[in-house]
Design a protein around this ligand. Structure first.
Ligand code: NAD
Ligand code: UDP
Length: 320
């Protein structure tokens, strides 16, 4: 069945891949983005497709659209990006989700919220199941993102309970791949950029903190399955790769693949940086019949190949 689908944040790293997939499937896709952390080049190849439309718009402001599915991905996702204007980040999560849920309510559209593993904060349960309620510092520099996303989850569930909106929630763990913004400050993009330029690889803290890295194709597959599951399963559901690596191991893998002469340097650990993170994905397996298939080594190689193919200086850090 062909749907009319709105993808907010559709020009971003994950959003642009999702738009691509939905356009290929023949849906009518409206990509909405304010280009805060992305650029048109991510979707320029879709502009001549008759079933793709691009709107420059900020989701903190209302907009009137007719659609039957909404993927709400608009929100800066990298710490450097979301801390750039923390109040705007909170507004995007809270006012943005209310505006988009308003469209869902009026149109009877199905709604999928891109939440995050950051709702678990610096977790004291490991790996993290969906039932874990998290350990977030509500007043720290990451709170604009973590608490914004937690509030967005609450709002989704209230629209379900009070207004019968079919809102669904995915909690996305660290995801990487081609089209990550080279200057987003995230660990994968930083390490690849630094290695390609023979610059020092910046390890924050002792590098023993862990993350689990999911390749973008696996992620896109999961969120499409979540949107389309016919059981009405609403989540929240964890989406991520269970492989757990220390940041030092990641640095070594990137250096080995890129070659070059970069050396590791240690920098201070940012405030409230989670010590470890790994998703419990049993629920995704059970309800969506999904699990990731791309090993880190393969996904990193594809990401490095993409970084080699672009001019990194075409990408600029975000502006207000
Ligand atoms: P991204 O920064 O590449 O994409 C976000 C997009 O949203 C960008 O195109 C940006 O310009 C747009 N945007 C930001 N604020 C907006 C606003 N107010 N109005 C309209 N557009 C706006 O990041 P991404 O990695 O593609 O993340 C996409 C979504 O997935 C985000 O909601 C993020 O929180 C979530 N997520 C991502 C990860 C990850 O590891 N990539 C992990 C957890 C959650
Ligand atoms: N990190 C690092 N060097 C960098 C960038 C990040 O050591 O140049 C660390 C960071 O402190 C964190 C981990 O890598 O422990 C993942 O950081 P990222 O910003 O990618 O994601 P998040 O902290 O949101 O999971």
């Amino acid at each position: 069945m062909i749907h009319r689908i709105l993808v907010t944040g559709g020009a971003g790293f994950l959003g642009s891949h999702l738009c691509e997939r939905l356009v290929e499937e023949g849906h009518d896709v409206i990509c909405l983005d304010n280009f805060f952390t992305s650029q048109k080049s991510n979707v320029v190849h879709l502009l001549n497709r008759p079933n793709f439309e691009l709107i420059r718009h900020d989701i903190t402001l209302p907009i009137f659209l007719e659609v039957d599915q909404i993927y709400n991905l608009a929100c800066p996702a990298a710490p450097g990006h979301y801390q750039f204007n923390p109040i705007k980040t909170m507004k995007t999560s809270v006012m943005g989700v209310i505006n988009m849920l308003g469209i869902a309510k009026r149109c009877g559209a199905r709604f999928l919220q891109a939440s995050t593993s950051e709702v678990y904060g610096d977790p004291d349960v490991h790996p993290q199941p969906e039932s874990y309620r998290g350990s977030v510092n509500p007043i720290g520099p990451r709170a604009c993102y973590d608490e914004g996303k937690r509030a967005a989850e609450s709002i989704c569930m209230d629209y379900r309970r009070s207004n019968n909106v079919d809102a669904r929630i995915v909690r996305i763990f660290n995801t990487y791949g081609p089209r990550m913004h080279p200057y987003d400050g995230r660990v994968v993009s930083n390490f690849i950029r630094q290695a390609l330029r023979n610059e020092p690889i910046t390890i924050f803290g002792d590098g023993e903190q862990t993350r689990s890295f999911c390749y973008r194709d696996d992620l896109v597959e999961a969120i499409v399955r979540m949107m389309n599951n016919s059981e009405g399963f609403a989540g929240p559901v964890n989406i991520g790769n269970q492989g757990e690596f220390t940041i030092r191991q990641l640095a070594e893998m990137v250096m080995e693949k890129v070659g070059g002469e970069s050396k590791l340097v240690q920098k201070p650990l940012p405030t409230d940086d989670p010590t470890r993170r790994r998703p419990d994905i049993r629920l995704a397996k059970e309800k969506l019949d999904w699990e990731p298939t791309t090993p880190l080594s393969e996904g990193l190689q594809k990401t490095i190949d993409w970084f080699r193919s672009i001019d990194i200086d075409d990408y600029q850090p975000p502006t207000p």
